[in-house]
Ligand binder design. Structure first.
Ligand SMILES: Nc1ncnc2c1ncn2[C@@H]1O[C@H](COP(=O)(O)OP(=O)(O)OP(=O)(O)O)[C@@H](O)[C@H]1O
Length: 225
């Protein structure tokens, strides 16, 4: 991904989500208090919610006009939505679809050291292991943009930091853009070159992560209530 343009103006809950921005950095954080519209914005980019007049342009192409399978946007939410009755390998293979011969499955398993777990049922995995599988599955589908909605929340710091750095490196090597929602400044500093601060459905600041966080010291506190 080189450029992601997002334009929308729609009511959701008690707010109006009004965004008109272009992200030219491969990895951007959406940062802001609860209810500010971060997850709703991710749903728009994922094509799960397309209010009238919305534009989501990835390298010039309006994704809202494309059928879902052609958008190549992968969303990983906090509830990982894996198929519980399938094994780790089956979950990841499911995502590779028609591109199964291109090594996405092996790469994804290897990226997060999932080989020893590949025959395990999802129901038997720990929370952190499920997150690794969910991200591996998303990456195995060869996305152009990876959307992460508070995926690292609740993980032990060392494991979280290791996972974040692996995701970052994998995506950087393949030109996969990242847009991630977080409440934790450390996550944004580790994962995201750019940060969008949001409040009440609007962007209140946008720029390099260090700059945005240090210009408003209140952002250096976790925004979790
Ligand atoms: N499907 C929906 N239908 C109606 N209202 C919704 C829906 N999803 C979210 N909302 C409302 O829209 C507003 C923005 O929610 P959103 O989940 O986008 O915020 P957020 O910044 O991601 O919050 P959090 O950090 O708590 O996840 C909230 O008032 C929420 O209650």
């Amino acid at each position: 991904m080189k450029e992601l343009k997002i334009k929308c103006d729609a009511p959701i809950g008690g707010i109006r989500l009004r965004v008109d921005t272009t992200l030219s950095n491969p990895s951007t954080a959406l940062f802001g208090p609860s209810g500010s519209g971060k997850s709703s914005l991710l749903r728009i980019v994922a094509g799960l919610w397309i209010p009238a007049g919305t534009e989501v342009r990835l390298d010039g192409v309006d994704l809202t006009q494309l059928p879902p399978h052609k958008r190549r946007i992968a969303l990983v939410a906090q509830e990982t939505a894996l198929f519980p009755h399938m094994s780790v390998a089956e979950n990841i293979q499911f995502a590779t679809g028609p591109r199964s011969g291109e090594g996405g499955f092996e790469t994804a398993l290897h990226l997060f050291d999932l080989q020893p777990l590949q025959n395990a049922r999802i129901a038997t995995l720990s929370g952190g292991e499920r997150k690794r599988v969910a991200i591996a599955r998303a990456l195995a589908s060869f996305p152009r943009v990876l959307l992460l909605d508070e995926v690292f929340t609740g993980m032990h710091r060392t494991q979280r930091n290791d996972l974040i750095l692996r995701v970052r490196e994998h995506c950087a090597q393949r030109g996969i853009g990242i847009l991630s929602v977080t409440h934790e400044p450390t996550e944004a500093l580790l994962l995201n070159d750019e940060t969008l601060a949001m409040d009440d459905g609007k962007i209140t600041a946008q720029g390099p992560t260090r700059e945005v966080l240090s210009n408003d010291l209140s952002l250096l506190e976790s925004t979790r209530d």
